[in-house]
Ligand binder design. Structure first.
Ligand code: GLA
Length: 375
């Protein structure tokens, strides 16, 4: 009898201990992934200015790193030469500080979303190399200087290298020459010697692009130019890239001693235009239906497939957490993702972790469980 009582007490204690352990398991993304990598999101202007309250709640609960979706791009920060507009970006940084977040600046030099005045004189003609270098320096020095000590790292140059490894034919390259990338990093470092500096690009698993970026990093290192990490934009799809390609890219970048950041992560659930469709292109209605198949909600089959594939990517990130410093989603919920309008306007896409009603999709718990099981 005494033995039985003793057994009952032991069992009750074990159950209590395991229950309290279960209760202690982190149940948000940022808590579960703590110690592995930062988990971040891009913030839209409606979130930065406090309008999108549902999304703000999720950001505070789930994420510990933020990047501005648009308001820190040069066309917004310096719409006219010498006239800087910092109001929105200031609010963004303040939000990050108030919520104790890892704040990322995006992006200093990019061929897109740059104001036209940057490259031309009063008559609309291209400026000289000297003038463009001066403008680039002034922009970088002013912006990086403005946030000195408050931003963890900057995407210094965005999307300068093509998939075949050649440099993009941008205005920066055309007017300044190939060394515009190096100059941008030097100016950023001079403006804030403590801030981390990143090169950010898409499709970086392409071997040509990958090898060119590795060569660039080695050249920087040989010349004493600071670069801390490679930002791998994660605009991925249901059939690209392969996990092997992604792993090979992480290995290649980190072989230089740099860290990797998975930036701008979203996975479209929709067919790529021009692919997979049996429709006759001339039949516009049928074609539109085929490339926009889930206007009323994702099918169960694709939803499961999407969750499994995204989970596998997160498992890969977790397996590489010694190399990956941050994983940043490109937005909070499907409702406001840019993928609804790219590469085709007006579709209904499902690329993010939270659904159109700001509810967590099954992937959120999957990630939390994977992270907890990996401790
Ligand atoms: C690129 C840029 C981002 C954003 C996306 C589209 O990836 O780096 O800032 O503009 O395109 O939303």
């Amino acid at each position: 009898m005494i033995k039985l009582k003793f057994l009952a007490i032991v069992i009750a204690t074990l159950v209590a201990v395991s229950c309290s352990q279960a209760q202690q398991q982190p149940n948000t993304l940022k808590d579960a992934l703590a110690g592995k990598f930062y988990i971040g999101t891009a913030m839209s202007l409606d979130q930065i200015t406090g309008k999108d309250t549902d999304a703000i709640k999720i950001i505070k609960q789930q994420f510990n790193s933020i990047v501005a979706e648009n308001c820190m791009k040069s066309m917004f920060l310096q719409p006219k030469e010498g006239e800087f507009f910092f109001d929105d970006a200031d609010q963004f940084v303040k939000f990050g500080e108030e919520n104790n977040m890892n704040i990322i600046g995006h992006c200093l030099i990019w061929h897109s979303q740059a104001p036209r005045w940057f490259f031309v004189d009063d008559e609309g003609k291209d400026v000289s190399r000297e003038v463009l270098i001066e403008r680039m320096k002034n922009h970088i020095t002013t912006v990086v200087g403005h946030y000195k000590g408050r931003i963890h790292g900057w995407d210094v140059v965005n999307e300068a290298i093509m998939e075949d490894g050649s440099l993009r034919k941008s205005k920066f390259r055309e007017i300044i020459g190939d060394d515009f990338i190096k100059l941008a990093f030097q100016f950023a470092h001079e403006a804030d010697p403590d801030v981390e500096l990143y090169y950010n690009d898409y499709n970086e698993w392409h071997v040509g692009k990958r090898d060119a970026i590795v060569a660039m990093v080695k050249d920087f290192q040989a010349n004493g130019i600071r670069i801390d990490a490679i930002g791998m934009q994660g605009h991925i799809g249901m059939d690209y890239p392969t996990f092997e390609e992604y792993q090979a890219a992480i290995d290649a970048y980190t072989s230089t001693g740099l860290k990797v950041m998975v930036t701008e992560l979203d996975m479209s659930a929709l067919p790529r235009p021009g692919q997979n469709t049996g429709a006759n292109i001339a039949d516009i209605e049928t074609y539109r239906a085929e490339i926009n198949p889930f206007t009323e909600g994702l099918s169960e089959e694709v939803s499961v497939e999407w969750t499994n594939r995204m989970a596998e990517f997160f498992q890969l990130f977790i397996n590489n957490s010694d190399k990956i410093q941050r994983v940043t989603m490109w937005g909070v919920s499907d409702a406001t993702s840019w993928k609804n309008d790219f590469p085709v306007r007006g579709r209904t896409d499902y690329p993010l972790l939270f659904d159109r009603n700001h509810q967590p999709k099954p992937i959120v718990q999957r990630i939390i469980d994977m992270a907890n099981n990996n401790n």
